[in-house]
Write a protein of this length. Structure first.
Length: 199
């Protein structure tokens, strides 16, 4: 049994199969898969090809970094995310290295890299849950992230759990349907909020 998005028209698997779980299989992550998802992130486009992104990865097998990453999480996230197979902290360089000027797209480009990472993860049977709920100050302090960089987001990842095995008390929350605004509310044909798609 899989939790898939009910899309209005058919989409590629890596999009409709992705979701943000709060429960993961206990299987340790394979190094090959870890390398593949970060390689996918590496190949994202970025403004001036600046590749402003950096990632700190902690796995359950590498408890020192994993613990430090868990410490940064807000309690509501820590409860479930600290049981994930691995955690990632994504951060970004705020100025271009070629001219020292501010890179307006620094966070945007990390988002693109993480989009690639999510697509690749889904195709490998991994699921990721992004989190804004973490202490930026703790992350800076614990990992020595300088002011030249912004911490952007954290992710909890692990292999997709068998949905039938989700404990009863978590089923409602985990299996709730995923919703999105309709295209008519987000795609316009001009300046008068006229929907681009009329049917
Ligand atoms: C930048 C970002 C920050 C998020 N922060 C949190 C968070 O702190 N805690 C949480 O439980 N979910 C967090 N989410 C997950 C969203 O709530 C989730 O993506 C959204 O509800 C859509 O659900 P889906 O990913 O299953 O489609 C975050 C997602 C993004 C993209």
């Amino acid at each position: 049994m899989e939790k898939t998005a009910v899309t209005d028209i058919p989409l590629i698997e890596s999009i409709y199969k992705r979701w943000s779980p709060r429960i993961f299989a206990e299987t340790p992550v394979s190094n090959e898969h870890l390398r593949q998802i970060l390689e996918a992130a590496r190949w994202a486009p970025s403004c001036f090809n600046a590749q402003p992104w950096s990632f700190i990865v902690g796995t359950q097998e590498n408890p020192e970094t994993f613990e430090k990453l868990s410490e940064c999480l807000m309690p509501g996230n820590k409860d479930w995310a600290a049981k994930a197979s691995f955690l990632i902290l994504a951060f970004t360089e705020l100025n271009f290295s070629h001219n020292g000027k501010p890179n307006r797209d620094a966070s945007h480009d990390v988002g693109l890299a993480l989009g690639n990472l999510l697509n690749q993860s889904t195709m490998l049977g991994l699921q990721a849950h992004l989190m804004a709920g973490f202490s930026v100050e703790s992350a800076r302090e614990l990992f020595g992230i300088p002011e030249t960089h912004a911490t952007v987001t954290m992710l909890a990842l692990g292999y997709q759990v068998d949905l039938e095995a989700i404990p009863e008390e978590l089923r409602e929350r985990e299996l709730a349907p995923r919703t999105r605004k309709p295209l008519s509310e987000i795609v316009f044909s001009g300046s008068n909020n006229e929907p681009f798609f009329t049917n």
